[in-house]
Each structure stands twice: as structure tokens, then as C-alpha cells.
Write a protein that binds this ligand. Structure first.
Ligand code: NAP
Ligand code: G4F
Length: 328
């Protein structure tokens, strides 16, 4: 019989790649979707006919219980969150409610409805914040630097706690930044690749950015969802850092993207204080040795290839939109 999986956050970047992977593996895939005034199923439109979508919200306990009863899953992947760090300062209580307490709501629903369900929690390298060790690994102490990072620390520990208290097969993936052509426009990689594509096509003349010195360990989202699945196939649940082990500055990201389309970034990039954060995470670089050893997981897409893939996709998207708008 086919395995069944429930994905929260299925309309997001990772949710869409994970849904594709699980469908390819022969799963029956269920997705929790929240009601929005305008439907935002773009990332899953190409597979929507193969998915079972259930209405629910991480802030609504009853809807989570109903979703578990309806989907009757073997595996639950909790990817839903208020996931944008900058917004977490503007909406700290909301971020805590969804990104932190939402994890408890879901775990507690699992505990009551079917404690044999295997659970994946989308933890973040933002928990390392003001890093205590370089590179960061599973044993590195946490020092979050935003309400989002604090909420993710809570989500991580409640996952560990339900594993230890109730024997739930619950794993926490401490994922470093991962990107793709499906990344939200507000995140720096997509903002840059979209900006570069617009400038190249003559649709914009400037790109406004914040701190160019921050360093991130950027990988490809399509690789990272494979690690999530592998964690839940292990006999023993655990916590895993998922990263490339290499780090790059925002400025290097900018240079790489502009250079790819034969433009000099200095002619277009403007520093804008409105994108500077109240507290910054200066350096993230992960050590994925545990994931490599136990899960056999390795990243397949390097930084330059990733940036070029995203620029190409944004150029194509903008050109297609122009053709559609012109009615050609
Ligand atoms: P994303 O594109 O922002 O997607 C977030 C998803 O969560 C969307 O489907 C969103 O639904 C859903 N959601 C938000 N609030 C919800 C609520 N109250 N109830 C139910 N669903 C809700 O994020 P992502 O990049 O795919 O990341 C997936 C997860 O991994 C997140 O938990 C994120 O914090 C974490 N993470 C991401 C990275 C990364 O680099 N991408 C790294 C580490 C950890 P709508 O479409 O309706 O908004
Ligand atoms: O792309 P970002 O917004 O990602 P950030 O804050 O690292 O968070 C992402 O990765 C986390 C994993 O470490 C996830 F948990 C989280 O959900 C999210 O997916 O910003 C990256 C860096 C920051 O240092 C920021 O200050 O880019 C810098 N930056 C400089 N100018 C900018 C901008 N970031 C954004 N979003 N917009 C700018 O204009």
C-alpha cells in the first residue's frame, strides 16, 4: 500500500519540492493550506491534480486534528511558518504563535491521534545567530538574533521534547539557507536575481539592498527536501545540520548575478537603510558531516550554478510575462 504524507506549508518553496519528491516516490500526498483572499497555489499548480489539499492553519488546533484524521498519514512534514526574518521584528507575537507554538499544536495532535506518525520539523540555521562556533554543527550552542530565530529554537526543543517524553519518531532538520527559482521575492537571493533580470531587460534601473557583508551558506532547495525525507526513513529519529559547508557574502551573490549577464553591479546597487535589520546574523556556515555519514546526503548544486539557475529562470519568467501582456 502507498505511504501517506501530510505536508504543512505545501504552497511554499520547500513544500512544492517535497511534494514533487514524495509523489515521485509513490506517496499519497496531502497538503495543509490556509485560506487566503487570493489563492496562491502557483508553486504547486503543475501537480495540484495529484495532491489532496486540506484546509487548516498552524494557529488553529482543531483544523490540525481534523487534517490528521482526514489524511491518516504515516509521515508529517511541518514546513509551515512565518519564515521571513525581517517580518519577525514587525510581527513578533504572530511569528511566535505560528512558528513556535504551531509546532506544539501539531505534535500534540499527533500524540493524541496517532503517536506512531513520523514527524519532521523545519528548524533553521537562524538558531545559531551570533555564532558560538565555526562551522556550526548539531552540538553548537544556540544564540538566535531575531524573534524568528527564537521561535525556531522553541520549535526545535519541543520536537526533541516530544521525542523524549512520548517516544514520537520526531526529527529536526537544522537547514541552512536554501534557494531556487521558486524562492519568495523578499529573500535576498531572489530579490537579487529578479532585480538583475529586470535591469538586464530594461525594466528597472536600480536595486536597493541592505547589509552586503553578511555571509550565508546557500544551497539548492531541491537537494534539501531529499534530506528531510531521508531523516524520516531512519530507524532512529535525530537532529541533522543540512548545509553545503561553504559560505559567501551577499556582495559575492550580487557580483555573481550581475557578472553572469555582463553588467557591473556598482552601476545599479544602492544601499538602503530600510533593509538593515535591528540585529544581524553575520556568518553562517554549516558542517553537514552527520547528514553525510548517517543519511548519505550530499548537496548537488554549487553556489555559482544556483545563482545562474535563478537568474536564467527570472529572465525567462519576465520574458514570458511580457509576451502574455502583449497578447502574443
Ligand atoms: P516559505 O516559502 O515562506 O513557505 C512557508 C509556508 O508556510 C507557506 O506554504 C505558507 O502558506 C505556510 N504558512 C505560513 N503560515 C502558516 C499558518 N499559520 N498555517 C499554515 N501554513 C502557514 O518557506 P520555505 O522557504 O519553503 O521554508 C519552509 C520551512 O523551512 C519554513 O518553516 C522555514 O522557516 C524553514 N526554513 C527555511 C529555510 C530556507 O532557507 N528556505 C532554511 C531553514 C528553515 P502561504 O502560501 O499561505 O503563505
Ligand atoms: O535572504 P534573507 O532574507 O534570509 P535569512 O534572513 O538568512 O533567512 C532565511 O534563511 C534562514 C536559514 O538560515 C531561514 F530559516 C529563513 O526562513 C529564511 O529562509 O537574508 C539573507 C541576508 C541577511 O543577512 C540580510 O540582512 O541578506 C541580507 N540582506 C541584505 N540586503 C538582505 C537584503 N536580505 C533581504 N531579505 N533583503 C535585502 O534587501
Amino acid at each position: 500500500m502507498a505511504k501517506r504524507a501530510l505536508i504543512t506549508g505545501i504552497t511554499g518553496q520547500d513544500g512544492s519540492y517535497l511534494a514533487e519528491l514524495l509523489l515521485d516516490l509513490g506517496y499519497d500526498v496531502y497538503g495543509l493550506v490556509r485560506r487566503t483572499s487570493t489563492q496562491n497555489f502557483e508553486r504547486i499548480a503543475h501537480i495540484q491534480h495529484r495532491l489532496n489539499l486540506i484546509s487548516g492553519d498552524l494557529s488553529d488546533q482543531t483544523s490540525l486534528q481534523e487534517a490528521l484524521i482526514q489524511a491518516n498519514p504515516d509521515e508529517v512534514y511541518n514546513l509551515a511558518a512565518q519564515s521571513f526574518v525581517q517580518t519577525s521584528w514587525a510581527q513578533p507575537v504572530f511569528t511566535g504563535d505560528v512558528t513556535a507554538l504551531g509546532v506544539t499544536r501539531l505534535l500534540d495532535a499527533i500524540r493524541h491521534i496517532n503517536p506512531t506518525i513520523r514527524f519532521y520539523q523545519a528548524t533553521s540555521s537562524e538558531i545559531f545567530g551570533n555564532v558560538r562556533e565555526v562551522p556550526q554543527r548539531e552540538t553548537t550552542p544556540f544564540y538566535p538574533r531575531s524573534p524568528y530565530g527564537v521561535a525556531k529554537v522553541y520549535g526545535h526543543w519541543i520536537t526533541v521534547n516530544y521525542r523524549e517524553s512520548y517516544g514520537i519518531h520526531a526529527s529536526s532538520g537544522i537547514l541552512f539557507n536554501h534557494e531556487s527559482p521558486r524562492r519568495g521575492f523578499e529573500f535576498v537571493t531572489r530579490k537579487v536575481t529578479r532585480g538583475v533580470a529586470m535591469i538586464k531587460l530594461g525594466l528597472a534601473h536600480e536595486l536597493h539592498l541592505g547589509n552586503l557583508d553578511a555571509q550565508r551558506d546557500w544551497g539548492f532547495a531541491g537537494d534539501y527536501v531529499k534530506a528531510m525525507w531521508r531523516m524520516l526513513q531512519e530507524d532512529t529519529p535525530g537532529d541533522y545540520v543540512i548545509a553545503t559547508g561553504k559560505t559567501w557574502s551577499v556582495q559575492k551573490l550580487v557580483e555573481t548575478a550581475f557578472e553572469y549577464v555582463d553588467l557591473d553591479w556598482r552601476d545599479y546597487v544602492r544601499q538602503d537603510p530600510s533593509f538593515i535589520r535591528p540585529a544581524e546574523v553575520d556568518l553562517l556556515v554549516g558542517d553537514p558531516t552527520k547528514a553525510s555519514t548517517i543519511l548519505g546526503w550530499e548537496p548537488s548544486v554549487g553556489f555559482v550554478e544556483l545563482v545562474r539557475m535563478m537568474v536564467d529562470a527570472d529572465l525567462k519568467l519576465l520574458q514570458e510575462n511580457a509576451v502574455t501582456a502583449a497578447g502574443v
